[in-house]
Design a protein around this ligand. Structure first.
Ligand SMILES: Cc1ncc(C[n+]2csc(CCOP(=O)(O)OP(=O)(O)O)c2C)c(N)n1
Length: 678
């Protein structure tokens, strides 16, 4: 090995290499990608496929003066390796390490924070516009995959760019794959372009033969061209982009740095928008990933030699339990339809699709369209289940409001990855869905305490007339036994997991378990702690809230969600609406901050959302209200052994909170309502 990569600390070092060195550099980069991602996990296939293209971009352009905007940003690992982040590459996706997407805070070579798809062209045309307004002359290049090109926002960006006619380059990195197989007209159009290349070659050969006919050959050739143009407009490569106002260049072989460099050199100073269509192979250079691009898109740690992911011993994931439950429900209800937006495997809809292919729809990376599509299907009597991660449903917020809730349509939103998502980080955290959904009319919003309850909730959702939303976390369930029969839950009714009189935890969804564990720690100290599983945030179980507002000395809400607008806020509103004044309430959740990437256990510990953190915050709150626990009852004095690390607390005067908020006031003035203890 020549160790070219070891000497590259900036794009200037790359430019010192000879063209003939670049294939070896590409090999070294692929080795490094495998070495690191096999340990950290990450977007393997996309990065293996973009090696030569990234080398060529940095060889030809001058980053950071010239600006690269990677769409989604999941394919920017090679860019990170070439822009001074090689030494920290082993920290990829780790806590306080390099992010798995582009981050402005991380490097001057990253100009746009992303993680969601379809944003690159909008950002790039804005950078080009700003450049023109400032009379600067740097280049701007958006790099977008064929999967992300199916996002409506990408078309909006193309349309505006064509209109502005600014000097800008869009590189379409076409590997014929989104995470799964790419879908739709754009995919078909791109493959026609490639077929068109073959046809063009054939036509050139025919032309040569015609021209060789003495005397009349030239005339016949001209006539043949006219007919060809009239009939086969589809063979004009990139017609769709040309019509949008772009100069189309391609398709170009994407694994030959020399060719790519020649093409980039030849277009870099052209005026107006140019789209370069580059053909790459996802997973290039690693057989397992080339053979199964879907599985290796987002790889968990793996054995390089064997090409196998390390085995996980955890319980079945929420995703798998959801998929099986949906299949079971759809066997008896033929109106159930599964919808995914380019995440068939991540959401489990691919499993549903194997059993009910005709009732499964992957709409592409097009959440907005997917939600409206679900709405109109429900008008026709179907029961669409839109399985969209909490974070990606944000993209379709207006559709949830306008196309579903206002019409009171029976669509189920199954939101996987609700709560903290670990290594994917800030852009993927599912921390806002309670807030953005519970404010809407008609919708029922719920979260299960475990995977068994999730199945009952799913049945509750599909049988309810009107919109419903169900949130559940990333990863493994608790391993609880699954009831044989799924049953509908009473809407708006929670359960008392355990009774208690000093503190009542109202823990939403998957936070019931850590709250139960925290209650255990507090009880060891002599406190009496209730744990409530409210199940629904909308409608809230007013009876349960009222009961504990009277019977417990204080209420503590626990959620893996933004405290602002979340379950705790809803409980405070419930107290207010029911004139339950003077109740002491503390809201535990995520404060007004961006939660970065890293191992979920570390992040939860830092946010004090693990059992020790919850118990510690609860104890502090209790002691602040009522003084120290009497020594007579106290069994143990320190919960975690990690000292006092609580976050700032919410003050009515608007003082900032890091991760929890509290409200208190005069005594309770309403009678108690009864509730069964389960
Ligand atoms: C709005 C949104 N929806 C879904 C996703 C999840 N997602 C991440 S990458 C990806 C596929 C991207 O495909 P493509 O752009 O072709 O890039 P490739 O990985 O194939 O290089 C998807 C669906 C996302 N990041 N953003």
């Amino acid at each position: 090995m020549n160790n070219f990569l070891d000497k590259i600390n900036s794009p200037d070092d790359l430019k010192k290499l000879r063209l003939e060195d670049l294939p070896l550099l590409a090999e070294e980069i692929r080795d490094q990608l495998l070495k690191t991602i096999s340990k950290t996990g990450g977007h393997l296939g996309s990065n293996m496929g973009i090696v030569e293209l990234t080398i060529a971009l940095h060889y030809v352009f001058d980053s950071p003066t010239d600006k690269f905007v990677f769409d989604v940003g999941h394919q920017s690992y090679v860019h990170k390796l070439l822009t001074g982040r090689r030494d920290r590459f082993d920290t990829l996706r780790q806590y306080q390490g390099l992010c798995g997407f582009t981050r402005r805070e991380e490097s001057k070579h990253d100009h746009w924070n992303c993680g969601h798809g379809g944003t690159s062209i909008s950002a790039a045309i804005a950078f080009a516009t700003a450049r023109d307004l400032k009379k600067a002359d740097n280049k701007v290049i958006a790099i977008i995959g064929d999967g992300s090109m199916t996002a409506g926002m990408a078309f909006e960006g193309l349309n505006h760019t064509g209109h502005l006619k600014s000097d800008m380059i869009v590189i379409l990195n076409d590997n014929e794959m989104s995470i799964a197989e790419n879908i739709g007209g754009m995919a078909a159009h791109l493959s026609k372009i490639m077929t068109g290349q073959v046809m063009t070659k054939i036509k050139e050969e025919i032309d040569e033969l015609l021209l060789a006919i003495p005397g009349i050959g030239k005339e016949i050739s001209k006539y043949a061209h006219k007919i060809d143009e009239a009939i086969t407009g589809i063979f004009i490569p990139g017609r769709i982009f040309e019509d949008l106002g772009f100069r189309y260049v391609g398709p170009i072989e994407g694994h030959d740095s020399k060719v790519l460099i020649e093409v980039l050199e030849s277009v870099k100073d052209l005026k107006g928008p140019t789209l370069i269509h580059v053909i790459t192979k996802k997973g290039k250079g690693y057989k397992a990933a080339e053979d199964d691009a879907g599985a290796w898109h987002g790889a968990s740690p793996f054995d390089i030699a064997k090409g196998e992911f390390h085995k996980k011993t955890a319980h079945p994931s929420y995703t798998n339990v959801f998929a099986q439950a949906l299949i079971d429900l759809a066997k008896v209800d033929e109106k159930i339809i599964g919808i995914t937006a380019a995440m068939p495997d991540g959401t489990g809809i691919s499993k549903f699709g194997k059993v009910f292919p005709e009732r499964t729809f992957d709409v592409g990376m097009a959440e907005q369209h997917g939600v409206a599509f679900a709405g109109a299907l429900s008008i026709e009597g179907f029961r669409p289940v839109a399985a969209i991660y909490s974070t990606f449903l944000q993209r379709a917020y207006d559709q949830v409001v306008h196309d579903i809730c206002l019409m009171n349509l029976s669509v189920v939103f199954a939101m996987d990855r609700a709560g903290l998502v670990g290594e994917d980080g800030a852009t993927h955290q599912g921390l806002y869905d309670i807030a953005y959904l519970r404010t809407l009319p008609n919708i029922i919003v719920m979260a299960p305490k475990d995977e068994n309850e999730m199945r009952h909730m799913l049945k509750t959702c599909v049988e309810h007339d009107g919109p419903t939303a169900l949130r559940y976390p990333r990863g493994a369930g608790l391993g609880v036994p699954l009831d044989e029969e799924m049953k509908c839950l009473e809407i708006g009714k929670g359960e008392v997991v355990k009774d208690g009189s000093d503190i009542a935890f109202f823990a939403y969804g998957h936070m019931v378990k850590p709250a139960e564990d925290a209650a255990g720690l507090l009880e060891e100290m002599g406190l009496s702690v209730a744990v409530i599983n409210p199940r629904f945030v909308k409608p809230m179980d007013v009876g349960l809230v009222t009961r504990y507002a009277h019977s417990a000395k204080c209420l503590i809400t626990v959620e893996e969600h933004s405290v602002r607008g979340g379950f705790g806020s809803a409980l405070l509103e419930t107290l207010h609406e029911n004139e339950l004044s003077g109740v002491k309430v503390k809201c535990i959740g995520v404060g007004d901050e961006v939660v970065e990437h890293g191992n979920s256990a570390i992040i939860r510990k830092n946010l004090k959302l693990d059992k020790e953190g919850i118990a510690e915050t609860a104890l502090e709150f209790y002691q602040k209200l009522f003084g120290t626990i009497p020594a007579a009852t106290q069994k143990k004095s320190d919960i975690s052994g990690r000292g006092n690390g609580s976050g700032e607390e919410f003050q009515p005067n608007g003082k900032k909170s890091r991760q929890n908020s509290e409200v208190d006031g005069p005594a309770v003035n309403k009678p108690t309502e009864g509730q069964t203890v389960v």
